[in-house]
Ligand binder design. Sequence first.
Ligand SMILES: [Zn+2]
Length: 529
Amino acid sequence: MPHNPPPHDSHDICLHELAEPPVQYVLAPPIARQDIEPVVVSAEVQDERTRWQRMLCRFGGDAASGGISLVVHTIALIILALVAIVDDDGPRGPEIVLGPIRDTLEEEPNDSSIILPDVSVANDQPQVIEALPTEVRLPDAPNIDSPFAARTVAAVEVHPTDLFRETSVNDLLEATNTPIGGGFEGRTEEQRARLVAARGGNQASEDAVEQGLAWLAEHQRQDGSWHLNHQEGRCNGRCPHPGTVGTSTGATALALLPFLGAGYTHQQGKYKDVVGEGLYYLTGRMIETPHGGDLQEGTMYSQGIATIALCEAYAMTGDEQLKSYAQKAVDFIVRAQHPRGGWRYVPGAPGDTTVTGWQVMALKSAKMAGLFVPSHTTELAKEYLDSVQDPGGVFYGYQRPGKESGPTSVATLLRMYLGWRRDDSRLVGGYAFLANQGPSQTDMYFNYYATQVLHHHGGSDWERWNIRMRDFLIARQAPSGHEKGSWYFVDRHGTAGGRLYTTAICTMILEVYYRHMPLYGEEAVEDAF
Ligand SMILES: [Zn+2]
């Protein structure tokens, strides 16, 4: 095993006895490239899995004496994770010397079984914005608090700490325009409920999240994985609209993200086994390479999404077993970057904005988890965004400068995470552009990014968007049958990703209130302290 067990800590055991014991997960060792066949779990992994499952069955009985397993109290680790999130400045690992991706990784993919979500075709066409089917017919707007103005006023009153008192009004205004939030602290049960109430969610949106998660759990395969063709296993074809992309790492990670987003980990909540088996599958699929941990299974889409899942799970639990997997996955992304800053389907290829979006979000998740990300990598990513930015600074294209709604939604969110001020005139133009585009009735990929942008922006644009987006998704969730709790919309991403992709994305849209803490504003200021 690559992970040494931590020293026995009697204090942890003592705390452990006071609460529900954490599940003992021993994650799979990365497997060598030559041992792996696409999508087929190797005998080595099966053996490892059987051993791991035996340990799962024993959990609780002899947790304290399990020589291999971790026994560390969840709360202590969450505290450690929060410390790591706040203190994310210095490097946490060895400096990685950037070098060329080896030749074999620069080849075009030749696996004909993998159908890439070819967004380039649609995105390369000039879009007639007015013609987009973006109008959502709304029911009468329910009463919704206007939490934003109220919270801004209340901020100075409800944080009477010494630090806060020493903060001048100018400092506060400056801080509320600087992106210093975005962490995972809103995912605890208490924070989740508070943020739902404060930022525009309601009981119906929370019920929809839980039903989406229940559908995802029901469609997990026996080996812990998910596939975009969700119809095998318990579903037995009862839910229509399977996806066509053949990656199990990408699909498994995509399904894990909404569980993590709602606060469910392999150590916490009612989906411990679901999340634990998914993480186990994911780590078992990692291929050790000289460039880091390869989770692509065909495309860098999967690498980015899987890396986000590993980083979030590590950040939320502090589970040391996940740390090296997450760091290796990050290392692979670092090494797969094109010299001009972007990422595309294969490592080292000139970038596109959608694949780059997943990688940059993975790097930000890694930073929030306290993992090492070379600053050179994020600086290059900014240069990539510069290269696809419209001269006016507001709009973005797919691989070249343009004014396309999808790439603009992705790139605007990245600009926010990469440090642009909330009141930057280029962002202000982006907010208005995105707000006028939707929500889309079909393009959940666009909605996923635009919803996050407008949530972090706040204000009246967000309030209008939120009511339309939230109530549209609640109304369109499958109400009955085996597909109860799922979503499906016909568009280019929906066809490729199917019901599983659509359900994961829509569930995360409804988790927007707490999945990431606000990037700007009084709560971000609180985080910084
Ligand atoms: Zn089904």
